[in-house]
Design a protein around this ligand. Structure first.
Ligand code: ATP
Length: 239
């Protein structure tokens, strides 16, 4: 952590696998920053997910490099390696406790997440402690309709700790992006240009090389889908 968080008082923690980071992530981070008056948003890539059925397709270094490229130019955003440099798995409650101990000028903490991740909150490790350590900045996501009454009943202390933040609905997911790359379909404009370039330069997600002007891999390989069949059940940001 550099000077970004020195003296910061209001901080959002944005956890995810970011495999890869996409504009859906960036839009909600920016809307959280603005709506909640955050001094900093920490992008915290998870090392592995206890709930996701598959490992990230890109390794830690690649996901960090893509994040760094994506957030360049927004000085309020930074990547924090807290979950990468500890033994896995990454539980959000431990991440928040670690950050709170490290960044002792911060008075107000939020954990930023999509409504799909919120719906899984009861399955997280110690969800009541999570909401005690940070308010939740929750963003709608297409297809996600969390039952707030059921969540409040399931998670002690949740009531009054949720800030629903309005933002444009973005139907982009990393799962779909990985499948697109593998199938030679474009991801341009769904990820920052730096991320698209990184994916193709490093052959991530089954990309067959640099895309042509239409965004299709140039070697003609049909890599097929990534075989995940989409989202894993029980996904969450105990990431
Ligand atoms: P995957 O498809 O691999 O599950 P993802 O696109 O959901 O990935 P994650 O890194 O798992 O990306 O997401 C991190 C956080 O960002 C989660 O809280 C998730 O709900 C949120 N998020 C991701 N994409 C969007 C989106 N398009 N709109 C709103 N929230 C999103």
């Amino acid at each position: 952590m550099g000077g970004l968080t020195a003296g910061a008082r209001r901080v959002g923690v944005f956890g995810g696998t970011f495999d890869p980071v996409h504009v859906g992530h960036l839009i909600i981070a920016e809307e959280a920053r603005h709506a909640l008056g955050l001094d900093a948003v920490l992008f915290v890539p998870a090392r592995r997910s206890p709930l996701k059925a598959h490992e990230p397709r890109a390794d830690d270094a690649a996901r960090v490099a893509m994040l760094e490229g994506a957030i360049a130019g927004q000085p309020a955003f930074t990547v924090h390696r807290v979950d990468l440099d500890r033994p896995h798995p990454s539980y959000t409650v431990d991440t928040l406790a670690h950050l709170r101990a490290e960044l002792d000028t911060v008075t107000d903490w939020w954990f930023v997440l999509g409504a799909d991740a919120l719906a899984d909150l009861p399955a997280w490790h110690a969800p009541g402690r999570v909401v005690a350590l940070a308010r939740l900045a929750v963003f709608d996501r297409p297809g996600a309709a969390p039952d707030m009454a059921a969540l409040a009943a399931a998670v002690p202390g949740l009531a009054g700790r949720v800030d629903r933040v309005p933002a444009p609905l973005v139907g982009i997911s990393a799962t779909d992006l990985r499948q697109r790359v593998a199938a030679g379909r474009p991801i341009r404009y769904q990820v920052p240009a730096a991320v698209e370039a990184y994916v193709h330069a490093h052959g991530l997600y089954g990309s067959g090389g640099a895309p042509d002007a239409g965004g299709r891999a140039t070697d003609g390989r049909d890599a097929g889908g990534d075989g995940t069949g989409g989202r894993a059940p029980g996904r969450g940001n105990d990431r």
